[in-house]
Design a protein around this ligand. Structure first.
Ligand code: ZN
Length: 410
């Protein structure tokens, strides 16, 4: 049996360790102030001790000031271990914070007390992002316990505030500690993927959230000629906005789905009763745009469509940008981190992984904006942010093997 196979065997024996870590982490509720909590301190302090047990070359708690949080800061952990060479470092960046459990009636038990059912561990945060924390940590633990030597340096970063914008998490680290990451490092963000573990996310679409405000004139339901019905106008506009799909129809096979998407989503309430014709309607659209298009051209075209509908129905339509994030340059499909991940996934799972683009929204964008080639990868269930969120122990084991392979340098 090779040294690597022995290492993998050791990782396969970690079931109890995984359940213990997941229980401890889940019981330490890490909600940011935007989600009604006081921060990640308790969970982060627990992780600090776990990391310290593994004798890192350096271990830092980097505090980002946040007056709303416990003790006025948000904790970010960065631990590093030396390798035989000094360069490049393999980084795994996971996040400590969680999203709230939502409607407790939809949970079959206490979201903060894990339940184990066969291969499943159920609880808030077990997949998003404790899966990443536990698998990257246990990979290193297995290497240390087996006496293997790291070929290259390894860094584990466990940050705050991923779920509410990263201002106090990764964004803070990158702005205040530019010494940490370098462009030849291999940076993995284990916070997104598919069920098989074959999707390596390297690109994201631009995001554009638009708010449409339709203003007409309210009147009695029996005398429509005296008013201007904004619900009708909003409906017409929603149908006409379908033209965006035709106008911006480019397909890029790197992305899933390959086209830009333009979806009407939220609708604000208008009148409370049936016999009043509404004079104001507000709805929103979530657009995920291929990086080949500029968001300004999308806006201009949406304005044109809205202008036509407003002109035909003699009322006014205003468009506001609710949120806008221009796509960053993708991580190249042949970047060292992608190549190394592909090789590791093939060795561990016997599957061929592919670089892909998604609809947008991971912290990898913060790295990519600075020219740091990050790849998002994990073997993920579809349960993050859902009631009864669960992870699979077998996925954590297989992903820990992939990380171990990466740490050892193949
Ligand atoms: Zn996450």
């Amino acid at each position: 049996m090779s040294a690597l196979d022995r290492l993998f065997q050791r990782i396969e024996g970690y079931r109890n360790e995984i359940i213990m870590l997941q229980s401890e982490l889940t019981s330490r509720v890490a909600l940011g102030p935007d989600n009604g909590g006081s921060g990640e301190h308790e969970k982060s302090a627990y992780l600090f001790e776990k990391l310290k047990e593994m004798a890192p070359a350096s271990l830092e708690e980097i505090r980002s000031p946040d007056v709303r949080a416990h003790q006025g800061y948000r904790p970010n952990l960065v631990a590093r271990w030396n390798g035989e060479t000094h360069h490049p470092t393999v980084w795994v960046l996971s996040h400590v914070d969680i999203v709230p459990p939502g409607d407790l009636n939809l949970w079959e038990g206490d979201p903060y007390r894990v339940r184990v059912e066969g291969d499943r561990i159920i609880g808030r945060g077990v997949e998003d992002n404790q899966h990443g924390i536990v698998s990257s940590y246990l990979a290193l633990k297995a290497i240390r316990e087996s006496g293997e030597v790291l070929k290259r340096p390894v860094g584990l970063a466990m940050v705050a505030d991923e779920e509410t914008g990263s201002e106090y998490g990764l964004d803070y680290l990158l702005k205040n500690r530019p010494d940490l990451f370098s462009s030849d490092d291999l940076i993995v963000v284990p916070d997104g993927g598919n069920n098989e573990g074959t999707m390596i996310e390297v690109a994201e679409k631009s995001m554009l959230w638009l708010k449409f405000i339709v203003t007409g004139e309210q009147c009695h339901g029996s005398t429509p000629e005296k008013g201007k019905n904004t619900l009708y106008a909003a409906a017409r506009l929603i149908v006409d906005l379908e033209k965006l799909k035709k106008e911006f129809a480019l397909e890029d096979p790197l992305f899933r789905p390959p086209r830009s998407t333009f979806e009407p989503t939220k609708m604000e309430g208008n009148v409370p009763n049936i016999n009043t014709i509404p004079g104001r309607d507000v709805f929103y659209m979530d657009c995920r745009i291929l990086p080949q298009y500029s968001l300004d051209e999308i806006m201009q075209y949406a304005e044109k469509i809205a202008g036509e509908v407003a002109g035909q129905l003699h009322l006014s339509i205003r468009i506001e940008t609710y949120y806008r994030q221009e796509a960053t340059a993708p991580t190249p499909s042949d970047a060292p981190v992608v190549v190394a991940l592909k090789e590791a996934i093939t060795r561990v799972k016997g599957l061929e992984a592919k670089p892909m683009g998604i609809g947008g929204g991971t912290v990898a964008a913060f790295f990519r904006r600075l020219g740091l080639p990050a790849a998002v990868w994990i073997t993920e269930t579809d349960t993050p942010h859902q009631p009864n969120e669960y992870c699979l122990i077998s996925n954590i084991i297989s992903d820990a093997k992939v990380f171990a392979y990466l740490y050892l340098g193949g």
